[in-house]
Design a protein around this ligand. Sequence first.
Ligand code: LLP
Length: 415
Amino acid sequence: MEPFTYRADRLYCEETLLEPIAARFGTPAYVYSRSAIIGNWEAFDRGLGAFPHLISYSVKANSNVQILRILREAGSGFDVVSGGELARALKAGGEPGRIVFSGAGKTAPEIDDALAAGILMFNVESSGELELIEARARALGKIAGVSLRINPDVEAETHPYIATGRAIHKFGIPKTDAIALYRRAADSPVLRVRGVACHIGSQILEAAPFLRALDEIVEVARTLDAGGVPVEHLDLGGGYGIRYEDERPMDIARLSQSIAQKLATARLTLILEPGRAIVGNAGILLTRVLFLKRNAEKNFVIVDAGMNDLLRPALYGSYHRIAPAERRAGGKFVADVVGPLCETGDFLARDRELPDVRPGDLLAVMTAGAYGFVLASNYNSRLRPAEVLVHGAEFSLIRRRETLDDLLDAETVRG
Ligand code: LLP
């Protein structure tokens, strides 16, 4: 569904105009559509139909507790990668039995917190990590559920920074080493082998790499089964791509059905860890035009949001559509849309054809719901933006804009 639409040349989120949100909470501000988040989650859930499954939303994409709460109410589990994300998932009322803990560098305190909470499983990425989890489980008198994250050596076309499934990447364990490690886990009285996991990258638009990766982990599960180490879960990870510009992403319902068909005879629960596909198109970044500027070569639209608020264009060269909150008839022009930070990398769009915009206009940077606020920083001592949730014709603040006290309080000043 498309939650942001124009009516009479004014941009709405669901039934709510954007201008009153900016007037009330200021800019820059992230704005999210509640129904888009739920609709996106349900597309995965419905696609898998009666096949046993768990959709564990990947918290890293957008970790606002209120958003996690909405997803939990829809029936979601959570994929977390740090003690902080675990705390958020639990604060949102997440069921520990539906939480998986991924990530290549888990620490002892994080493992302890997850064991204390009683999560479903750790997706283990190295033999060292398996040993540490075993030691912590022993020390705490707990049983740790584990999956090994297999590196399936599958090529998936995406930005090199977010491809993870090839043998050259730091992620996962080669298939050839996995069986021996599983055996060690199975022999431990404090480890319980729960599944086989993988994750091949992010913003992947084709279904084929997922189906290939699935074949790889199914094969591992079969080998384990034959060797007397049965598993109950297959975790295919996240990475389902969305449209930012003119991409043609796979249809989630169809992908889910292909997966369910492939696994039809297996007695397994499938776990998916989508992040971007749940929240990406459900959010925008609202920003106001401060100045128009022209130098010898270029036009610039200087806005009040920058790379500290939305890092994706600077970090990955990502494209985000830019839409005026109010369309007016006027000539188009080409400009860079840039923020106030002192870096040339501080841009939201480059050489972009824009409608007639003027200082004071409100702009929406589209498809910013995933990896937007979570990547925001205080660089240049800027305060991180507010976050607002729209539900029909209503909106509410789900994270207040930071204050100067937030900025300064954690620092120790002597004298
Ligand atoms: N599971 C694991 C183990 C992951 O590493 C990730 C993402 C996901 C699930 C969720 O992937 P998604 O469905 O959101 O694609 N900052 C980058 C994206 C980094 C993705 C990292 N891992 C960006 O802004 O494009």
